[in-house]
Design a protein around this ligand. Structure first.
Ligand code: AP5
Ligand code: MG
Length: 192
C-alpha cells in the first residue's frame, strides 16, 4: 500500500501525541510532532530552542516562517518520502496550512486524511493539569486553548473543503479512541 500521509488535529490535550505513537506503529509512517521538535531543540540548547522556550512556556505560537521551514526540511527527507508521515501540531494557522499544501504539491505528494480528535475544553484542561509538562500551567493552557479556537479551529473547514476531514469522538479510553481513529483513516484511504 502507498505510504500514509495524514494530519492529526484537535485541541491541546486531546490525545494527538498519545494516538500518534499507536498510529505510527500500525501504519509504519513517521511521527512529525512540531512540539516535540521544539522541545528537543530546547533540551539541546540550540538557537531555535532558546528562541522557542519562552514562547512555548507562555502558550503562544512560534512564528509561521520558523515552523514552515522546519516542516519543509523534514518532509523532503528520504525516510518520509518512502514511509509516509503523521503530522501532529502542524498546521495550526492558515498560513501553515497554505505552506503545507505548497510543500506537498512541490514533492508531488498528497494527504490521505486529517483526523480531528474532538474533546471538550473541560476534559482537555483536566488532562493537561494532570500531565504537568512545563507549559501545562493554568495560564498557558488557557492561552493555548484561546489560540486554538482563534487560529487552528478554522482549519477544520479548510480540510473539510478539500474532502480530507474526519472527526472522531476523543472521549473514552486511549484504546477506544484509537479504534475510532483507525476506522476513520481506513475509510478515507479506501476512498482515495
Ligand atoms: P504541542 O507539543 O503541539 O502541544 P499542544 O498543542 O499543547 O498539544 P499537546 O501535546 O498538549 O496535546 P496532545 O493532543 O498531544 O495530547 P497528549 O497525547 O499529550 O505544542 C507545544 C507548543 O509548541 C505550542 O504551545 C507552541 O508554542 C509550539 N508549537 C508547536 N507546534 C507549533 C506550530 N505548528 N506553530 C507554532 N507553534 C507551535 O494527551 C494529553 C494528556 O492526556 C496526556 O497526559 C495523556 O496521557 C492523556 N490522554 C490522552 N488520551 C487520553 C484518553 N483517551 N483518556 C484519558 N487521558 C488521555
Ligand atoms: Mg502533543
Amino acid at each position: 500500500m502507498a505510504p500514509l500521509r495524514m494530519v492529526i488535529l484537535g485541541r491541546q490535550g486531546s490525545g494527538k501525541g498519545t494516538q500518534s505513537e499507536r498510529l505510527t506503529e500500525t501504519f509504519g509512517c513517521i511521527h512529525l510532532s512540531t512540539g516535540d521538535v521544539l522541545r528537543a531543540a530546547v533540551a539541546e540548547g540550540t538557537e531555535l530552542g532558546r528562541q522557542a522556550q519562552a514562547v512555548m512556556d507562555s502558550g503562544s505560537l512560534v512564528g509561521d516562517d520558523i515552523m514552515n521551514g522546519i516542516v519543509r526540511d523534514r518532509l523532503s527527507c528520504a525516510d518520509i518520502a518512502a514511509g509516509g508521515v503523521l503530522l501532529d501540531g502542524f498546521p495550526r494557522t492558515s498560513d501553515q496550512a497554505d505552506a503545507l499544501e505548497a510543500i506537498l504539491g512541490g514533492l508531488d505528494h498528497r494527504l490521505d486524511v486529517a483526523v480531528n480528535i474532538e474533546v471538550p475544553i473541560d476534559v482537555v484542561t483536566a488532562r493537561m493539569l494532570d500531565r504537568g509538562r512545563s507549559d501545562d500551567t493554568l495560564e498557558a493552557i488557557r492561552r493555548r486553548l484561546e489560540l486554538y479556537e482563534e487560529q487552528t479551529a478554522p482549519l477544520l473547514d479548510w480540510f473539510d473543503a478539500r474532502g480530507l476531514l474526519a472527526t472522531v469522538d476523543g472521549v473514552g479510553t486511549p484504546d477506544e479512541v484509537f479504534e475510532r481513529v483507525v476506522a476513520a483513516v481506513e475509510l478515507h484511504r479506501r476512498r482515495a
